[in-house]
Design a protein around this ligand. Structure first.
Ligand code: ATP
Length: 398
């Protein structure tokens, strides 16, 4: 449908980047990016009107986002057109604006595009040999200055190489090493590094990316003075397993998994140093605060758990704690993992069958004593002194 509208409006439209890459590799990807040779904002408005999607336009960047009723999102950007095409003109064969747009991208595998104009639907366009590089399993930059132009691409290269199990191209690896030597990260806005770091920590296996960061001496570059040792690598591995477990069991709980990794990364580092990492990477304030609080409190929580013998004591120590904190706790301290996991899986959900209303009906007056009674019943259940049958009996007696 979009293709027909493109034909009619006289613009060329292409799906570009990650979506095409993942389509060929066979990986799920729901982010559709469209590049329009022409004005993307105008085009997006027409598409939105005809297909019933909400349109948000950013005229400064000539980009737009379409949100369809089923939740599908499509981002549209304008390739800088040199030749103005009058409305109604047929799509031209001239593909220069697209090529120019794609040349600004990071790696060849991200430069593939598919034309979606109805008249040419599905035509794969490959200016820079991206298809061959996917087949060869290679990450390659488009030109020699790529990493100098934007050092965050170094992090992206390592992230993609782990995700797809691709190698860096020989020349690309050489350029990467040269760029690292020049210590170019110092010139990059912290916020952009933070963004790429977060992307790494949200990958399926951040440890493997970190091992590559280590290989190219980038950990020292990003976190001066940080200890990156066996212990931390083991913790990363444990965090990964816990996250997999958590994703399956609590998919509905919004959890910032990257914070768990960051906690593992910074654990035992002097607080002042952690603060300087946070500020040099321009961490979002809320996130930074949360992380510092975790690091400050986690050892105390661990001590309290160690000396908790009854499940109800564990419950009292952990109730109300953030998911990220609980996962970090279990990952850092294997000897209390079982307690934390039991809390997350079972104990925190225990509710007495008796409710406040029941107690009221017994003629007791509301007050703090209320809560106390209910809590006590809860603890009894958690500690297993009241079985399910007992609970039902207790309820029917009431
Ligand atoms: P993911 O699957 O991780 O979302 P993606 O390729 O969609 O991968 P994004 O970070 O969303 O990654 O980037 C979208 C596109 O923008 C990429 O395909 C890439 O070509 C381009 N891009 C992103 N960051 C850079 C960069 N620093 N330099 C050049 N191009 C970039």
């Amino acid at each position: 449908e979009i293709g027909k509208i493109a034909d009619r409006e006289g613009v060329n439209a292409y799906i570009v980047g990650g979506f095409v890459r993942d389509l060929i590799i066979g990986r799920e990807n729901f982010d559709i990016d469209i590049v329009v040779e022409g004005d993307a904002t105008e085009f997006a408005k027409v598409v939105g009107r005809e297909l019933g999607a909400k349109v948000h336009t950013f005229s400064r960047f000539k980009t737009a986002t379409l949100v369809f009723k089923d939740g599908t999102r499509i981002d549209m950007a304008s390739a800088r057109t040199e030749v103005y095409k009058f409305p109604g003109a047929l799509p031209e064969v001239d593909i220069a604006p697209l090529k120019k747009d794609l040349f600004r991208r990071d790696f060849t595998i991200n430069t593939l595009s598919v034309k979606i104009n109805y008249s040419d639907f599905g035509k794969l366009i490959d200016f820079f040999g991206g298809l061959k590089d996917i087949k060869d399993k290679k990450i390659r930059v488009l030109h020699s200055l790529s990493f100098v132009e934007d050092p965050t691409r170094i992090l992206r290269a390592l992230r993609f190489s782990v995700r797809y199990r691709f190698e860096l191209g020989k020349h690309t690896e050489k350029l990467l090493k040269m760029a690292v030597e020049k210590k170019l990260f110092k010139t990059v806005e912290g916020q952009r590094i933070y963004h790429e770091l977060k992307q790494i920590l949200l990958e399926d296996n951040p440890l493997r990316v970190f091992l590559r960061l280590e290989k190219y001496r980038l950990i020292e570059e990003l976190f001066p003075g940080l200890r990156w040792n066996r212990e931390k690598k083991d913790t990363f591995e444990r965090v990964r397993k816990l996250i997999i477990w958590h994703r399956i069991n609590f998919p509905e709980r919004k959890t910032d998994y990257h914070l768990v990794y960051l906690g593992a990364l910074f654990f035992k580092e002097p607080l002042e140093r952690v603060k300087s990492y946070l500020s040099s990477l321009s961490f979002p304030e809320k996130e930074g605060k949360k992380l510092l609080k975790f690091l400050d409190e986690i050892y105390g929580t661990y001590r309290a758990l160690k000396s908790s013998n009854l499940p109800s004591e564990v419950y009292k120590t952990l109730r109300g704690r953030e998911e990220e904190f609980l996962l970090l706790l279990a990952a850092l301290f294997p000897d209390v993992e079982e307690k934390v996991v039991n809390f997350m899986r079972d104990w925190r959900f225990v509710e007495p069958l008796v409710s406040g209303k029941d107690i009221k009906e017994l003629g007791l007056k509301p007050g703090p004593a209320f809560k106390e009674i209910l809590n006590r019943i809860k603890y009894e259940i958690i500690d297993g002194r009241v079985s399910r049958e007992d609970r039902e009996e207790q309820y029917s007696r009431l």
